[in-house]
Design a protein around this ligand. Structure first.
Ligand code: FAD
Length: 137
């Protein structure tokens, strides 16, 4: 069983409603636990940045579901690769809401104070999520 990591960015769609993040997280955590998928979801008023890790089959199955979700659009896969070990093994889906205390980390990985994963490499987005995870610990 190969372990893989998939990272994508997407934009909130017009169908997204306040409170949807909680529903998404509830659904993600129960489904991901069953599939042994782990990862992290960063959310701000403009976009989602998510990392999924697990078996190749489980990550692909989960990603196929996510692609169909009308609450976001302009989904761009930033990274897909085989990995030797998980980085988010303790998170069925860790949630990283945007906040002022993340600003120094975001600035370190961005061209400006505004985070825009569409202009970043997959590796930078991966390193950013690891750094954000460190802040949430
Ligand atoms: P249902 O809840 O019955 O959904 C049926 C369909 O309706 C699905 O296509 C769903 O996308 C859509 N839907 C559900 N609720 C709403 C709503 N309030 N408004 C509009 N459409 C709706 N799921 C995971 O399992 N793991 C994840 O890590 C994960 N991450 C996500 C990250 C993001 C940014 C988003 C937007 C969604 C994520 N989801 C995740 C949710 C996933 O897209 C599906 O909604 C979920 O898997 C449930 O789908 P379902 O078809 O089994 O169930």
């Amino acid at each position: 069983m190969y372990l893989v990591r998939l990272i994508y960015v997407s934009q909130l769609s017009e169908q997204f409603r306040p409170g949807d993040v909680e529903h998404i997280l509830q659904s993600a955590r129960s489904k991901n636990s069953a599939l042994h998928v782990t990862g992290a979801l960063f959310f701000n008023p403009a976009f989602f940045l998510q990392c999924l890790e697990g078996s190749r089959e489980a990550v692909n199955q989960t990603y196929q579901q996510i692609l169909k979700d009308p609450r976001h659009n302009h989904i761009l896969q930033l990274q897909y690769q085989e990995i030797a070990r998980r980085d988010f093994s303790e998170w069925s889906m860790g949630y990283v809401p945007d906040s002022a205390r993340l600003a120094p980390v975001i600035k370190a990985y961005s061209r400006s104070d505004m985070l825009d994963p569409y202009t970043m490499s997959g590796e930078s987005c991966y390193q950013l999520l690891l750094a954000l995870k460190g802040l949430m610990a």
